[in-house]
Design a protein around this ligand. Structure first.
Ligand code: NDP
Length: 434
C-alpha cells in the first residue's frame, strides 16, 4: 500500500486477489518463501510516453500513453489498449494485474499486460483517429513484437483503431507481422468470432454456472449494461439461448424494453451509426429511456450481466438487485462490481461469475488469432466458436475445482484467482529469481 496508495483501482484489484490467495499461502508455504506476492504485484516494466498529434484544425494535441508489461512468466505480454479520458497509471495497472491471472486461466501461453491513453475518441474524425493511432504506435512499437508483447483492443479501441495501429507498426518495421496485434479484421489476419468472443464467452461461462443449480437462460429475464463490443454479443448469445434481455445502456442512460431488446435496432444505432442508445425508443414505442446509467440496476431481473466498465455496480445497486429477486451475476466488463457489491452477492448466495474468468473468452480467442497467424491458417467461425465454448467450460471447471481444493467450495471468485495464480507461480519458481 505504501508504494501504491495513490493508485486506488490498482489497490482494489490487488486487494481482491491477494485476499483470495490466503488459502494457497497457508497450504503451500514455499510460495511465501519465494516472495511471490512481493514480486507479482510489481510490473516487470511500465512505459509512459507523450503522444503528440495534429487535429483537423491544425492544432497540436498532447496525450499520455501507457503500456504496463506485468508478467511474462508463461508467455509474451498480452492485453488490450484502452483509449478513454479516464485512463491513468492506476487503471492500466489494475487491468494489467488482472490480465496475468485471466490469461493464465485460458490455458494458453500468454503473459499479462495492458495499455492505453487518456485520449477520447468520441467526436473525433477518422483522420484524427488515424493520426492519433499513428503517433501512439510510433512510440509503442519499440516495446512490442509477436514474441514480446501483443496488444489488442479494449474500451475505445475497436477494429478501426487496431487497423491504424497495425498499419503504422508494419510501416515502421518494414515488414508484415500480423502476430504483433490482435483484434484485426479477418480480411488481414484477424480471427473470425473474435468480435463475439468476450460476450459469447461470458454467457457460456454463466450457462455452466447456472447448470450446476439446475437453472438455464431459457425464459430468464436479463439486464446487460453497456452497448459496446462485450454487451452486444452477450445480448446476442443470451437471446440465442432463450433469455429475454429487457435492458441495456450507454454512458448517458439506459433503455428498458418490456418486449425484449431488438438487437438489430441496437446494432444499427451503435455499430452502424455510432449513435446514442436513447434513439432506440424512436423505433420501439413500448420501450422507455432514462438518463443515468446506474439506474439500470433498479430493473428487476434474474440475471445481471454488467458489461460496460469498472465499478458500475456499487453496494446500493447490488442490494437493490438482490431485493428484486436476482439469481446470478456474470461480469462481462473488468471489475464492474465494487468489493462491497461482491460481498453482498456472496452473502446472499447469488451465483457470481467473476470477470477474470467470465470475460476471458476475448483474450482466449486473441490467442487463437496469434496461433492462426503463426501457422498461416484461417479457422471457420464455427471452429473458433467451438474452441471458445470448450475453453469457457474448462475455465469454469478449473475455477470450481480450485475453490473446492482450497476450502471455498462454490466461490468462483476465489477459485478463479487461485487457478490463475498457481500456473504463474509455478512458472516463476521454476525459472529462478525473475
Ligand atoms: P466498448 O468501448 O465497446 O463499450 C463500452 C460500453 O460501456 C459502451 O456502451 C459505453 O458507452 C459504456 N460505458 C463506458 N464507460 C461507461 C461508464 N463510465 N458508465 C457507463 N457506461 C459506460 O468497450 P468493450 O465492450 O470492449 O469493453 C467493455 C468492458 O469489457 C471493459 O471493462 C473492458 O475492459 C472489458 N473487456 C473487454 C474485452 C473485449 O474483448 N472487448 C475483453 C475483456 C474485457 P458509450 O458508448 O456512451 O461510451
Amino acid at each position: 500500500k505504501e508504494h501504491h496508495g495513490h493508485e486506488p483501482e490498482f489497490l482494489q484489484a490487488a486487494k481482491e486477489i491477494l485476499y483470495s490467495l490466503t488459502p494457497v499461502f497457508e497450504k503451500k508455504p514455499e510460495y511465501m518463501k519465494a516472495s511471490l506476492l512481493e514480486r507479482i504485484v510489481e510490473p516487470e516494466r511500465v512505459v509512459k510516453f507523450r503522444v503528440s498529434w495534429e487535429d483537423d484544425s491544425g492544432k497540436i494535441q498532447v496525450n499520455r500513453g501507457y503500456r504496463v508489461q506485468f508478467s511474462s512468466a508463461i508467455g509474451p505480454y498480452k492485453g488490450g489498449l484502452r483509449f478513454h479520458p479516464s485512463v491513468n497509471e492506476s487503471i492500466v495497472k489494475f487491468l494489467g494485474f488482472e490480465q496475468i491471472f485471466k490469461n493464465s486461466l485460458t490455458g494458453q501461453p500468454i503473459g499479462g499486460a495492458k495499455g492505453g491513453a487518456d485520449f477520447d475518441p468520441k467526436g473525433k474524425s477518422d483522420a484524427e483517429i488515424m493520426r492519433f493511432c499513428q503517433a501512439f504506435m510510433t512510440e509503442l512499437h519499440k516495446y512490442i513484437g509477436p514474441d514480446v508483447d501483443v496488444p489488442a483492443g479494449d474500451i475505445g479501441v475497436g477494429s478501426r483503431e487496431i487497423g491504424f495501429l497495425f498499419g503504422q507498426y508494419n510501416r515502421i518495421r518494414g515488414a508484415y507481422e500480423p502476430g504483433v496485434i490482435t483484434g484485426k479484421l479477418p480480411r488481414f489476419g484477424g480471427s473470425l468470432a473474435r468480435k463475439e468472443a468476450t460476450g459469447y464467452g461470458t454467457v457460456y461461462f454463466v450457462q455452466e454456472m447456472l447448470k450446476e443449480k439446475g437453472l438455464t437462460f431459457e425464459d430468464a429475464s436479463v439486464v446487460v449494461s453497456g452497448t459496446g463490443n462485450v454487451s452486444t454479443y452477450a445480448i446476442e448469445k443470451a437471446q440465442q439461448l432463450g433469455a429475454k434481455v429487457i435492458a441495456c445502456s450507454d454512458s448517458d442512460g439506459y433503455i428498458f424494453d418490456p418486449d425484449g431488446i431488438d438487437l438489430s435496432v441496437v446494432k444499427d444505432i451503435k455499430e452502424m451509426r455510432s449513435g446514442r442508445i436513447k434513439e432506440y425508443v424512436d423505433s420501439r414505442p413500448n420501450a422507455t429511456y432514462k438518463e443515468s446509467c446506474k439506474g439500470i440496476w433498479s430493473i428487476p431481473c434474474d440475471i445481471a450481466l454488467p458489461c460496460a466498465t469498472q465499478n458500475e455496480i456499487d453496494e446500493e445497486s447490488a442490494k437493490l438487485l438482490i431485493e428484486n429477486g436476482l439469481k446470478a451475476v456474470g461480469e462481462g466488463a473488468n471489475m464492474p462490481s465494487t468489493l462491497q457489491a461482491i460481498q453482498a452477492f456472496l452473502a446472499n448466495d447469488i451465483l457470481f461469475a467473476p470477470a477474470k474468468a467470465a470475460n476471458a473468452g476475448g483474450v482466449a480467442v486473441s490467442a487463437l488469432e496469434m496461433a492462426q497467424n503463426s501457422m498461416r491458417i484461417f479457422w471457420t467461425f464455427e471452429e473458433v466458436d467451438e474452441k471458445l465454448h470448450d475453453i469457457m467450460k474448462s475455465i469454469y471447471e478449473n475455477s470450481k475445482n480450485a475453490a473446492k481444493e482450497f476450502g471455498h467450495d462454490g466461490n468462483l471468485l476465489i477459485g478463479a484467482n487461485i487457478a490463475g495464480f498457481l500456473k504463474v507461480a509455478d512458472a516463476m519458481i521454476a525459472q529462478g529469481i525473475i
